[in-house]
Design a protein around this ligand. Structure first.
Ligand code: HEC
Length: 219
């Protein structure tokens, strides 16, 4: 009898554990492909020759610089049957191969949820205002670089010799000849950034320009 009771307890404990594990899967509202999903692929997967078609050559492992290319490895509504999710998920994910920066839990959640709700090509992510007052490095510039640039510009993989993962590294892309501004505004004689992608949105460009012009404080 006692044993039966213990088994019953164990059963219920297990049930609650499973239940809470599943319900901790947060719902992420308003996922927009262009703002939330594409930057992950550009920054984490199109590093030095991978997943991007450079000068007309076929992309190795599929082209992840466009919606159409990414969709080839997606089964809408089924994240667990979608290579772009399964290959990057887990303790030792296949992708991106070491020593490249793995996807964060948040990025994986976003991709999973985006696939789950149908993997739509949402381009107009509108609805947010461009706040250009008090541009701070830690609150505005660094998160932006994290989204769009750091997959290719970190300590393991410094695209063009620029590690943009901390303030000092970013400063080196400004002094002496402002390659940061030249590259993100895609000016002549600079390598256009983010590599393989059209310019950042106007709000991000204004923020970078303002932060640089105001003396690129580490604030
Ligand atoms: C897919 C990888 C990739 C992404 C994403 C990327 N870069 Fe680059 N970046 C490179 C590579 C590689 C180079 C070296 C030049 C080249 O091959 O185009 C480079 C060069 C640069 C340079 C030097 C440019 C010059 O003209 O000397 C700057 C500055 C730069 N990147 C900043 C950025 C910023 C800022 C972002 C994000 C908005 C970004 N990069 C996103 C790969 C990338």
């Amino acid at each position: 009898m006692k044993l039966k009771f213990i088994f019953l307890c164990l059963f219920f404990v297990n049930y609650f554990l499973i239940f809470f594990q599943c319900s901790s899967n947060k719902v992420v509202p308003n996922i927009c492909f262009n703002k939330d999903i594409l930057p992950i692929f550009i920054s984490k997967c199109t590093t030095s020759g991978c997943h991007s078609s450079i000068s007309g050559q076929k992309a190795i492992g599929g082209d992840f610089t466009t919606y159409e290319g990414i969709l080839k490895k997606v089964k809408p509504h089924y994240p667990l049957l979608s290579d772009v999710y399964t290959e990057c998920n887990g303790k030792n994910p296949n992708m991106p191969p070491a020593p490249n920066t793995p996807l964060t839990t948040k990025e994986l959640d976003y991709i999973k949820y985006w696939i789950h709700i149908g993997a739509k090509n949402t381009i107009d992510c509108g609805g947010y205002e461009c706040d250009t007052t008090n541009i701070s490095f830690s609150k505005r510039i660094q998160p932006l670089l994290k989204t769009w640039c750091i997959g290719c510009h970190n300590s393991n993989n410094s695209g063009g010799g620029f590690d943009l993962s901390d303030y000092e590294g970013v400063k080196k892309s400004i002094i002496p000849n402002n390659r940061l501004i030249g590259s993100v505004f895609q000016l002549i004689n600079f390598d256009p950034m983010p590599k393989g992608k059209s310019k950042l949105n106007d709000c991000d460009l204004i923020a970078i320009k303002k932060w640089v012009n105001e003396g690129y404080q580490n604030n």
